[in-house]
Design a binder for this molecule. Sequence first.
Ligand SMILES: [Zn+2]
Length: 407
Amino acid sequence: MLNDTTLLLDLDGASVVRVERLADGGRRVHLVTADETARACPACGVFATRVKGSAVTRPRDLPYGESGLEFRWHKRRWWCREAGCLRRSFTEQIPQIPAGARLTARLRGAAGRRIRDVGSTVIQAARDLHLSWPTVMEAFRTQARDVTEAPLPQVTVLGIDETRRGRPRWERDADTDKWRLTRDRWHTGFVDALGHDGLLGQVEGRAAIRVGLPHATVVVDHFHVVQLADKMLSIVRRRTTAETRGRRGRASDPEWKARWRLLRNREDLSDDQFATMWNTLLGEGKIGQTLLTAWIAKENLRTLLALARTGAGRHQVGHARWKFLTWCADSDIPEVRQLATTVARWWPEVAAFIDTGHSNAKSEGINRVIKLVARNAFGFRNADNQRLRTRCVTTRRACGQLRTAQL
Ligand SMILES: [Zn+2]
């Protein structure tokens, strides 16, 4: 019964008997069942032999061509005459179009995969496939099971990243007149930081790592440590400008001109750029000296962090640490001393970074995707949906299908 049209349509279990052109330019495809098992009774499994009547359904399929296709499935109703079977009659069904289904399985699958693998929004997929929002969401939930029910991979290094969901909300207490944080929602993501498995899961709230994973080695991300030092430099600059000049910084101030160079890494500055910055600031008296002292503190901290993964021994790390801490202590600049105090307090985690060289770069990358998904969806009202969507687009199993076709 396999004709060319049936082959072209390629819908398992159905044969095309006729295609008609409609007045609006669309095409109507008449299908009949081409699967012997369709007449097996769904209750007892016995093949029925007596036809009760016929029925026509209008299942929807993938878009095909510009004008689209309309289906009419002419199927039979059967009597089940098996003794003891409670089901007296049934209509035919095939795996692509189960009883009661209004979409073909392949349309439903394609709708779900658009959200799961490509990161399309539900509304966009619904528009493209001419489906309703709840239908697409339901199809996505089914497809997402492949991701959420898959066993978690073995992970050597777990990246943890907390992201705020929405804005925190404050309320004034009527009795004490003090402001109180009433809503502060967080999502915590867990990432395979060393391997390629992407986001492993997300939970509402913040992570309690030391409680949940008492034996884990906690590593501080060096990027955030350097960021702290950069922030310190900017604060020192603003404060010293205000104190010595009695006003805010201006574009004509040498320290204002040097503000970006101060934040650059020494190795990213050419010798000329470095010499210009150094000499100008040195000629500026107290402001310049303070800033250069703070800048050296930052570079000492970077030198210490740069020992990560170099195989540096305890002695070498100890010396770099000592150099940084004493420089800060001798500086007499409160912000610089504060930086040293912070690093000293977090020393085990910083040392763990120098030891292992692990960073949270993967979490940061995944965070970008999370924000992108939220932006595309114009925000999420439902936090569960948001986690499911995020989980799917950032998990490697799904992302693997983003690769373009290769010849
Ligand atoms: Zn039966």
